[in-house]
Design a protein around this ligand. Structure first.
Ligand code: C5P
Length: 397
């Protein structure tokens, strides 16, 4: 039986592209059904979507749906996936806070189907901290984003906020509909974020790791049925729903947390950017210029344990250990060196540059194992997470 995608359409100029999305999904063998917000109907009359989908189009919470007094619940149950495209800042804000004041947002709250959001709005609205935080909240709940593109916007501004290409949205939806539950019963341990190594009461050594890659892997593994433990250094991301998240600061704390979960895990993925060194004797008070010049001028460092290498040296034959290699050059050679040196089963190598690696949502990576090196195209961290898990899932069979 064909799958049903419920398409939530909100009030935004990009709404005309929804017609192309409907066509693309239909070509992919999917039954498309539309629910619109009241403001969306000011841009396009529901009749157009009714004609394209050959299905009734739902708008009002209290509209008569023949023989169906609780329409939002039946719509929510009918959907194998709920796609909201285009999705305005307003609808994302409502969803982030569980507000359900129309048929679309009520259905979003009532559905247990996966949700995919393709945002579209003015660049300033997109970049507003409120919008960014709402997107982060929704992402942490497992909602997938087909992110907006940069370019010329309907309002005349240039910048990020343009609805993603309909073909990209259609592909993301079709991929997500085939979501596997291939990690059911497996325990996955993930490290993420930076570590912070205190020098004194107010100073520390750290790095700009955002934790996004590790969090994306944790969420993807959870979506595929795994029991996930996420050990993270300080990041500004919300704890993902349904995932045991352990917060640590230093490499030594991360080591302890990993050590207690490693024995039980089937797969351990080390994405954390662990500080290789820590100050030898952190001071509890604040070091003062003048009085403590000697201590401030020469910082004595000691090496932190290599968490990945230590765990890999203890691993059972049925466990898989994955490491990351963030490199500024020679990604493949360095990743291969790390694979052997750290006795990992797989190294994800990636080039770190101004537009790649830390703190952004996309990544260009290479998967290196004992047999081969696989170069992956530039993709979102969520997609890279899926590609890594695909590789591991194959190896576990
Ligand atoms: O040697 P390098 O730091 O480049 O190795 C990176 C990989 O090793 C990452 O997977 C990182 O999480 C892991 N690592 C670790 N403990 C350390 C240093 C790195 O687990 N002390």
């Amino acid at each position: 039986m064909s799958k049903t995608v419920l398409i939530g359409v909100t009030g935004c100029v990009a709404i005309y592209k929804t017609c192309e999305i409907i066509r693309g999904l239909q070509k992919g063998g999917v039954r498309a059904k539309v629910v619109m917000t009241e403001s969306a109907t000011h841009f396009i009359n529901p009749t157009l979507f009714r004609s394209l989908t050959r299905e009734p189009v739902a708008v009002g919470l209290f509209d008569d749906a023949p023989g169906d007094p609780i329409h939002h619940v039946s719509l929510a149950k009918e959907a194998d996936l709920f796609l909201i495209a285009p999705c305005t800042a307003n609808v994302m804000a409502k969803m982030a806070h569980g507000i359900a004041d129309d048929l679309l947002t009520t259905t979003a709250l009532a559905t247990t189907a996966p949700i995919v959001i393709a945002p579209a709005m003015n660049v300033n609205m997109y970049e507003n901290v409120a919008t960014q935080q709402n997107m982060e909240t929704l992402r942490s709940r497992g909602i997938e984003f087909v992110d907006a593109e940069s370019g010329y916007l309907a309002c005349g501004d240039e910048g990020k906020g343009r609805l993603a290409d309909p073909a990209v949205i259609v592909k993301a939806v079709l991929d997500r509909l085939n979501v596997k539950r291939d990690l059911e019963g497996k325990r996955v341990l993930v490290t993420a974020g930076p570590t912070v190594e205190p020098i004194d009461a107010v100073r520390f050594i750290s790095n700009p790791s955002s934790g996004k890659m590790g969090f994306a892997i944790a969420v993807a593994a959870h979506n595929r049925g795994a029991d996930v433990t996420l050990v993270t250094g300080p990041v500004s991301l919300e704890d993902p729903a349904g995932i045991e998240t352990v917060h640590v600061k230093t490499a030594l704390e991360m080591f302890d947390a990993v050590e207690s979960a490693f024995g039980e895990s089937d797969i351990a993925i080390f994405t954390a950017a662990v500080s290789d060194y820590r100050p030898a004797s952190p001071v509890e008070r604040k070091l003062k210029k003048g009085a403590d010049d000697a201590a401030l001028e020469t910082l004595e460092l000691v090496e932190n344990p290599d968490i990945l290498a230590t765990m890999a040296s203890r691993k059972r034959p049925d466990q898989l250990v994955v490491g990351f290699a963030a490199e500024t050059e020679n990604v493949e050679a360095n990743a291969r060196k790390k694979l052997v040196g750290k006795k990992a089963d797989l190294i994800v190598g990636n080039l770190v540059s101004h537009d790649n690696g830390f703190a952004i949502d996309e990544n260009e990576a290479m998967l290196v194992d004992a047999r081969a090196s696989k170069e992956l195209p530039r993709m979102t961290k969520a997609q890279l997470a899926c590609a890594i898990l695909d590789e591991l899932s194959l190896a576990l069979q």
